[in-house]
Design a protein around this ligand. Sequence first.
Ligand code: ATP
Ligand code: MG
Length: 488
Amino acid sequence: MATTDIVVGGQNGVAVLQLGAMSNRHGLVAGATGTGKTVTLQVLAEGFSRMGVPVFAADVKGDLSGIAAPGKPNKETERRLGLIPREGYQQRGYPVAFWDVYGASGHPVRTTISEVGPLLLANLLELNDTQSGVLYAAFRIADEQGLLLLDLKDLKALLEWMVDNASDLRASYGNVTASSVGAIQRGLLVLEEQGADKLFGEPALALADLMQVDFSGNGVVSLLDATQLVQKAPRVYAALLLWLLSELFEDLPEAGDAEKPKLVLFFDEAHLLFNGAPKPLLDKIEQVVRLIRSKGVGVYFVTQSPLDIPQDVVGQLGLKIQHALRAFTPKDRQVIKAVAQGFRESAGVDVERVVTELETGEALVSALDAKGSPRPVSRALMAPPESRIGPIDTAERAQRISRSPFRGKYDQGIDRESAYEKLKARADQEQAAARPATEQRETRNATVKPGPTRQTAGEALMTSAARAIGSSLGRQPIRGVLGSLLRR
Ligand SMILES: Nc1ncnc2c1ncn2[C@@H]1O[C@H](COP(=O)(O)OP(=O)(O)OP(=O)(O)O)[C@@H](O)[C@H]1O
Ligand SMILES: [Mg+2]
């Protein structure tokens, strides 16, 4: 066994391995509630960390945080170690960085509007085609005119400006109707109510900070606390993970075949990534999942039923760990049939029957061999984790966050000059120019209302924006979803 292999479990005293070299081939951990998915994920994440591979995982129930603390000796662990050949087992915690969009139980995770891009944002805001068209126009205007779209207020300011200048914009950007803009604004309001506006702004998460290795060579496990996010704003959860996927895809160089991946991502409640996504977005996700492999990134989906994941994605998965399924309803039985069809046959394993009989922390496992072909499915008892099962408490978490190197970098938001400030300054100028000098002095700091001169604001912006292009502030090109691929 190579140091880059993970003992995920065992069967009749034989270890069931996940090979490091095959770990960029993606995977799936599925099973009904309480059957052992999270602990399996924990065992995999520990294994990757040990081989020096950084891990990013969404922690949907908060119970993955135990990976930061050593496990306690117990009978169940002993029992499993007696049945599974797992050398070098020792109870220990793993290096963890905590992240939280809301900034409460981890460092704030931020990205910018322009990085998220129009395709993802349109899905996030549940826009129809016409409304999406207006959003695309907003991104184009921002891009062409060097206006940075960092946070929600930048986008809101630009949208307002577009309504005010709709007639000037029509020829180049099409119809900007008040009703389409209204729909986008309502969507943005919903985001704010969910507290998800916190996701947008700076300092934006630097991908390099998710790819850390600690001083003893263990990959750092970045845990996104998604407990609140999944409850309050499931679409934001999906958008964040898809953004991450696309950014990694764009930024990482080609990796070629390697003995281990560069980074491994675990996406829990994976059905949320695909639910309600329109066909063009789904196609792009599938494409990025397929291509990101060559960048050395392994993506592992965690979900109750494999049918939650698009067939095209399931077809790409190298590792399948199927925990128990229930067989109560006709729908359940349909799922079981599909699962059985998805496994390579193996003498002596009746998948349809066994999958309903598996105990907690036991699974049907199909992994790739060193040549990349699927090994026959085996029934395996999953290894116990070295770290704690279940969450660490608030005090333990707070202590770790306070010691984190990312504290100074992300905890305080910054609001630099971007579209909102530029458009506001311009409107201030316009308004001032249209008024007598005495009045100007009195209202210099007053807030902007659309004045009688707003028809010319468009022209003013065009010229001064043209100047801004190429200036030190620079253009922030539309990136995001799924980046260059999806920009078209
Ligand atoms: N590999 C294992 N070693 C030891 N105990 C395990 C293992 N797998 C599962 N267990 C036990 O089973 C319990 C439930 O497992 P787990 O939380 O992983 O289920 P789950 O499928 O993630 O459930 P949910 O759908 O509710 O998130 C654990 O708290 C633990 O006590
Ligand atoms: Mg779980």
